[in-house]
Write a protein that binds this ligand. Structure first.
Ligand code: ATP
Length: 756
């Protein structure tokens, strides 16, 4: 590991230390070569040569020579140690810097994530609001449209009514014209009748005048007659006198007779004349009467005409009234039409406004969607950056990460005293990473990658590992296992509390996240296929938890079927005959988890009535293909709930339970052996000493991103178990396993599920 990149330099330095014994092409010593305080670089081989160096002495008994050689050897060893120390110091500084950079990057990422989340929420709320607005505008628009249609319908109706009214008006106008003409001719008739009447009246007056004249003439004739009769009487008197006188004179009689005859003739003539006048009078009278009748008739006919005229006038008046009322109606209709048209215009303009507003909103939505897409792409960028940083850190660390979780005190713990055996240092360098355990008054301090205090929620824990589980989708092998004594909270951490969704554990949360991310990666062309298997290792035997066809068990409840574990060159693990189920959603997985829970071997011990006595291994294998880039990935997520790590005396087991505990302890002690061997970089790592270590070989061997949860109980009675767990975890944390590899661009020839 040391100096492979700068081999030339280190070879040169070592040559100086080895005094030219191993001379390379550049064998000239550096300026401070040989000096104790000079900087000399070594390679691993150099150090090994130095350590394996056997002093060559010419004279076996020459102690001086031996002493000189030893002094020189010690000097070189000191130089080597100094180089080591300085190198270590540099590494520490570098590590510190990287940690700081990581912290700030994490912080930035978190801030960015929060910012993005806020922005996303904000944008989501704006979009919701806009969608609401959009919906209400659409509703409004539809309403306006309906109004418009109704207005148009009413306008059409009104137009029709107006046309029919106009038609009626035209026919009425025609009728009116006819009536007016009739009226005119009637008026003309009336005026001619009036003229006739006037003429008749004039004639009547002249007749009356004539009649009056005749009457006057008659009265004068009557007066004349009276005078004549008086004259006659006088004459008769005279005649008598004359007769007397006749006697007196006959002559005078004859004369008198003659006079009388003349007078009689005169009276007859006068009488005839009178009769004539009388006849004339009668004729005139009858004529007057006829004329009066005529006048009367004329008067009557005039009255009739007047009545007719009146009727016609009334009719005309009525027609005029109808006409005017129709005119008023027409005006009203015209007004209504104008209002309807105005309304139509208003609704048209409001529809236009709504349309413009709608267009604006649409544009805004488009803009917001664009911004959202930008934010999304920024999120993706941020996510990529975060992944890169996460992977860089893991690669730099090159070891199994360890998270410690202390569960809260439970009522079942029966703790009455206020004695606290676990505390958490508050110094900056150990904050959130340190844990102190006090046993018999002695404090033991541990530092891990993260320490979750009892109040940590499942969500908080998941947030810390979400990146890790996510990287299974990037083609990494990921392995998370929970280690700790019975009842320390391993199952709670991995599975959670059933029936309490907010207390879901890492397994359901990881799967939900993976399925969600799978969805969000679809627009980038990624298509994923996922397979799940679940097994338990119980009494050193593999038990398929998804097998519908449960094989018969042996006496001690162990499955008779033998499953063999194999690893291929790619580090993929295959378990023969294991049930593998294709899954499409977190729901499918939840169903399988329930199925597995029913198949699990659960027994009772004094420590925890419901504790699982076996190692539970959940595996999700992911095959991903990017349709646009044709890139392929193959990731694996192993989530393991180990059996309780307690010591035999503590669990109080006997019989089958004792065997179980021994078997569990064998697996766990094998795990411990493997970790020790890895830490010491031994040539042989005893992976095959237990089923568990054999199965986890690729995870422990450095090809996978591995995280261990060490679960600790806060119960003072469990302090020694807690210390054991923490010591083991500290060893695991110090163990370098190498750099995780990403499996891309290869499609496995055998699609069976692998474990690492
Ligand atoms: N962080 C926690 N918050 C609340 N309750 C917890 C927490 N951790 C564990 N518990 C509770 O403690 C009890 C024991 O936990 P759990 O069964 O998870 O232990 P375990 O280590 O899995 O035991 P076993 O090895 O027997 O399977 C359970 O009732 C669990 O609900």
């Amino acid at each position: 590991m040391v100096g492979t990149a700068n081999n030339g330099r280190s070879r040169q330095a070592f040559s100086v230390v080895n005094e030219g014994q191993d001379l390379g092409p550049n064998s000239a010593p550096t300026s401070n070569a040989g000096s104790e305080c000079g900087w000399i670089e070594f390679t691993r081989e150099d150090v090994e040569v130095l350590l394996n160096e056997k002093p060559k002495r010419k004279d076996k008994f020459n102690l001086k020579e031996k002493f000189d050689i030893m002094v020189e050897y010690i000097r070189r060893l000191k130089l080597c140690i100094k180089w080591f120390q300085e190198l270590e110091g540099n590494y520490l500084i570098e590590q510190e810097k990287l940690l700081n950079a990581l912290e700030s990057a994490k912080q930035k990422c978190n801030e960015m994530e929060v910012l993005m989340k806020n922005k996303e929420e904000e944008l989501n709320s704006i979009i919701m609001e806009l969608r609401k607005n959009y919906a209400s505008l659409q509703e409004k628009f539809m309403k306006e449209d309906l109004d418009k249609l109704a207005a148009m319908e009413s306008l059409a109706r009104e137009k029709e009514a107006r046309l029919s009214i106009e038609r009626t008006q035209a026919s009425l106008s025609e009728e009116l014209a006819r009536a007016q003409q009739e009226l005119l001719s009637s008026n003309q008739k009336i005026s001619s009748l009036n003229d006739m009447y006037k003429r008749l009246q004039d004639y009547n007056t002249s007749l009356q005048q004539y009649n009056g004249k005749l009457h006057t003439d008659l009265s004068t004739a009557e007066d004349e007659l009276k005078r004549v009769e008086k004259e006659k009487a006088t004459i008769v008197e005279n005649l008598s006198m004359l007769r007397g006188q006749l006697t007196l004179s006959r002559a005078s009689q004859d004369e008198a007779i003659k006079q009388k005859d003349a007078l009689v003739n005169e009276v007859a003539r006068l009488r005839a004349e009178l009769n004539q006048v009388r006849d004339d009078h009668d004729r005139l009278l009858s004529q007057v009467l006829i004329l009066t009748t005529d006048v009367m008739k004329y008067k009557e006919s005039t009255e009739k005409y007047s009545a007719e005229v009146d009727v016609l006038t009334t009719k005309a008046n009525q027609l005029e009234l109808t006409f005017s009322s129709q005119n008023t109606q027409i005006v009203v209709l015209k007004n209504q039409l104008a209002t309807a048209e105005e309304k139509l215009q208003v609704s048209n303009s409001s529809a236009l406004e709504t349309k413009t507003e709608f267009e604006g909103q649409k544009q805004l939505i488009n803009e917001l969607q664009k911004r959202l897409a930008d934010a999304d792409s920024k999120l993706v960028e941020g996510e990529t950056l975060r992944k890169k940083l996460h992977n860089t850190i893991l690669e730099l660390k090159g070891n199994i990460r360890v998270f410690c979780r202390v569960r809260p005190i439970l009522p079942d713990d029966g703790i009455t005293t206020e004695v606290k055996v676990i505390s958490y240092p508050s110094s900056i360098e150990a904050l959130g990473r340190g844990i102190d355990v006090v046993q018999n008054g002695q404090k033991h301090s541990f530092t891990f990658d993260k320490v979750f205090m009892p109040d940590a929620k499942q969500d908080d824990v998941f947030t810390e590992i979400s990146q890790l589980t996510q990287s299974a989708l990037d083609g990494y092998k990921v392995c998370i296992f929970a280690y700790g004594q019975t009842g320390s909270g391993k199952t709670y951490t991995m599975m959670g509390r059933p029936g309490y969704p907010e207390q879901k554990g890492l397994i359901p949360r990881s799967l939900e996240q993976i399925f969600q991310t799978r969805q969000s990666l679809q627009p980038q062309g990624w298509r994923f296929e996922m397979q799940v298997s679940m097994l338990e290792i119980y009494n050193e035997t593999v038990h398929d938890l998804l097998s519908t066809n449960q094989s018969p068990s042996t006496e001690n409840g162990v499955s008779a079927k033998q499953y063999s574990i194999k690893h291929d060159a790619n580090g993929n693990t295959h378990v023969s005959d294991l049930t593998i189920v294709d899954v499409r959603s977190a729901k499918d997985v939840a169903f399988l988890l329930d199925q597995a829970a029913e198949s699990r071997s659960v027994g009772k011990t004094q420590m925890n009535e419901q504790s699982s006595r076996s190692h539970f291994v959940f595996t999700l294998r992911i095959f991903g293909v990017n349709e646009s880039t044709e890139q392929q990935i193959q990731g694996v997520l192993n989530l393991i709930d180990l059996a309780g790590s307690e010591r035999l005396s503590k669990s109080g087991s006997n019989g089958d339970r004792l065997k179980e505990t021994q078997a569990n302890n064998k697996s766990l002690s094998s795990l411990s052996d493997v970790i020790y061997a890895l830490a010491k970089k031994e040539d042989h790592i005893p992976y095959r000493s237990s089923k568990l270590t054999h199965l986890l070989q690729p995870c422990l061997g450095g090809q996978s991103k591995t995280l261990m949860f060490v679960n600790v109980s806060p119960d003072p009675a469990s302090v020694s178990e807690s210390l054991c767990s923490l010591r083991f975890a500290a060893r695991v944390n110090a163990c370098e396993i190498g750099i995780p590899r990403r499996q891309t661009n290869t499609r496995p020839s055998d699609p069976r599920l692998s474990y690492g």
